[in-house]
Design a protein around this ligand. Structure first.
Ligand SMILES: [Zn+2]
Ligand SMILES: [Zn+2]
Length: 302
């Protein structure tokens, strides 16, 4: 029997910009109840902030969080994106219609990277930890080499950022290069993750270790994502094991989105769903020697 999955540090509630238009708006209490019913005991909510345009979502998330019975094992976090200084300035002009996802075109390649979150925001909303992800190529052409260099640059930026606790889903990819059936087969690295040079992984591991930044094992979007080739996902787990061997702490995150209505697999929730998920995850992580007991956890909330 694989170990029950008892932590989840990456969860989106109905306040997140990408959950608001779901068919079945699920309250934060319902979302968390579904997650806990699978055996998860230590967890946090992490709604999206791309630019300060999304701050009202975080305020709503905090407000709903504060209505829940408090628990030392329940935490308030956030997921920020690596974005460009250029787009923060663009969004601040107020001349964009509804820049929920920032400004994804027209910016400078290799420009200054930032996150849309300030230290004051962290204080104001009582944010206990920051999950941060590379979500888009930053104005570079859709060419394998260019995207690899750009993603590495963004991941390095996040691993070194003083406000970032966890780098989310390194090398996750969505959008361009998706086949008509919703699957990814080739570019940018799905036919062979070995296309990403080992030297980049070494540099990233060193940065994460030196800055004490945790790196996420993302369940639904990467490791258990059936739209990614299984061969890629196996290589990816070896990559995670390499980070761990280099002294990097790994954490678990489901990347569950409230509007999906189910937390894992066929059953909506409950112990069977938890068991199915634990078996699927163990099948990926056991062969590379990553165990639940090695994983990072946020200390209990005082
Ligand atoms: Zn993400
Ligand atoms: Zn997410």
């Amino acid at each position: 029997m694989p170990d029950t999955i008892t932590s989840d540090w990456h969860l989106h509630t109905r306040n997140s910009c990408d959950c608001k238009h779901g068919r079945l708006p699920t309250s934060m209490a319902e979302t968390l109840a579904a997650v806990r019913s699978t055996g998860v005991t230590d967890l946090g909510v992490t709604d999206h902030l791309h630019t300060p345009y999304n701050l009202p979502d975080i305020a709503a998330s905090r407000q709903e969080f504060d209505t829940l019975p408090s628990s030392p094992q329940l935490h308030f976090g956030i997921e920020v994106s690596s974005v460009s200084a250029w787009e923060l300035a663009e969004v601040a002009t107020g001349r964009y219609e509804d820049p929920v996802y920032g400004v994804r075109q027209g910016g400078p390649a290799n420009g200054e990277l930032v996150i849309g979150l300030s230290e004051e925001d962290v204080e104001r909303f009582g944010i206990e930890y920051v999950v941060a992800g590379t979500h888009w190529p930053m104005y570079v052409p859709y060419e394998r080499e260019a995207v690899i260099r750009d993603y590495h640059r963004q991941n390095m930026f996040l691993a070194c950022h003083p406000l970032v606790t966890i780098v989310a889903h390194p090398w996750w990819w969505m959008g361009h290069w998706m086949d008509e059936d919703g699957n990814y087969r080739t570019d940018p690295w799905f036919d062979d993750f070995g296309k990403v040079p080992q030297s980049m992984h070494d540099e990233f591991a060193a940065a994460a270790r030196e800055h004490g930044t945790v790196v996420e094992i993302n369940l639904h979007a990467v490791v258990l994502n059936r739209h990614y080739p299984e061969g890629f996902r196996r290589q990816y787990c070896e990559y995670l094991a390499g980070l761990q061997a280099a002294g990097v702490q790994l954490s678990l995150g489901s990347d569950h989105h409230a509007q999906h209505g189910h937390y894992w697999g066929e059953s909506a929730s409950g112990p069977e769903a938890g068991e199915a998920r634990a078996i699927a995850l163990a099948a990926m992580l056991d062969p590379v020697g990553i165990h639940q007991s090695d994983l990072w956890r946020l200390p209990l909330r005082s």
